[in-house]
Design a protein. Structure first.
Length: 211
């Protein structure tokens, strides 16, 4: 089975998750969705306070080499056991989820265009570009409501790690994108183009299966 991998990158609060979610809702189990965040390194040897103080926006925070191996396996038609990250405890969950390859895989993450080995596995590279003031407001709302963080902790993390890492690693990775989308999930024209590309891939796979 030919597997077509779409990478959706962008800064925190850019709208890449909304775009990914809209795509997932449109196609259901006909496609596979993966997230770089699930490949944060495990730190069970550290206390909660120590884990909370780590820099989660640096490339070294991720086990990207494991993601590369998993994505390569999926492209070969093999299933993998994907880790699950629990934001409320700043650590990996004990359980994993089985991921079965489908004709289209959508991979979302801050830094998926930063790593060369990972980029080479992406057939379509998308960068969601959104103004910084909009992104920080979205992050505050998300982290306070959905991840049980305090406003003070979110702001501190943004100023000390999120913003500097965005400028050092995420923003420069935009040059590797095939498509740059302003406003992510709120851009219906770009969304329609991606949907059409996925439909084409699924149709091609179905026709190949009948031949």
């Amino acid at each position: 089975m030919e597997v077509f991998v779409i990478g959706i990158a962008g800064g925190t609060g850019s709208g890449k998750s909304t775009l990914t979610r809209n795509i997932a809702e449109r196609f259901g189990d006909r496609i596979t969705v993966m997230r770089h965040d699930d490949y944060y390194k495990a730190h069970s040897d550290l206390t909660y306070e120590e884990r909370a103080a780590l820099n989660y926006d640096h490339p070294d925070a991720f086990d990207t080499s494991l993601l590369v191996r998993h994505l390569a396996a999926l492209k070969r038609g093999e299933s993998i056991e994907c880790p699950i990250y629990d934001y409320t405890i700043h650590n990996r969950a004990e359980n994993t989820r089985t991921v079965i390859p489908t004709p289209v895989i959508v991979l979302e993450g801050l830094l998926i265009l930063e790593d060369r080995a990972l980029r080479e596995l992406l057939d379509l590279k998308i960068y969601v570009d959104t103004d910084a003031d909009v992104r920080i407001l979205r992050r505050i709302v998300r982290d306070v409501k959905k991840r049980a963080r305090t406003l003070e902790s979110v702001v501190t993390q943004y100023l000390t790690t999120v913003k500097p890492m965005h400028e050092a690693f995420i923003e420069p990775s935009k040059k590797y994108a095939d498509i740059i989308i302003p406003e992510g999930g709120k851009n219906p024209v770009a969304y329609g183009m991606i949907i059409d590309r996925i439909e084409k891939q699924l149709k091609s796979h179905a026709m190949a299966g009948r031949s």
